[in-house]
Write a protein that binds this ligand. Sequence first.
Ligand SMILES: [Zn+2]
Length: 131
Amino acid sequence: MTPTDHFAAEFVESFPSPLTPGVLYVSTKYSMTVHLCACGCGGEVAVKLAPARYRVVFDGNISLSPSVAATALPCNSHYFITRGEVDWHRQLSARQTERVRAADQRAVAAQRADFEPGWPVRLLRRLRGRA
Ligand SMILES: [Zn+2]
């Protein structure tokens, strides 16, 4: 198993099986990306695309941000995919993994908060409560 240092984008509706190493599949239908872990372990890394989570930029080369933290895989790999290139970062410690998960949960919570009533509604409720 050889590590991947470059990813090419492939835009698909659903994901093929098996996946090809070095291909970052982007499902336009499911707003997801899947790729085989860049370390060469053969593990699949599935990432859900959403405003508070992951996004892809395609400018001829594919970028995925923020960084990929394969915390669900035994290899615990951590890397960036920027303009098709894999940028390696050292493995996350258990504590960092926990921090990444917490930050992820905060981002999702923040995204949900956007859909909560804004201040005019809250003010109105408060005024009504006092009346
Ligand atoms: Zn791996």
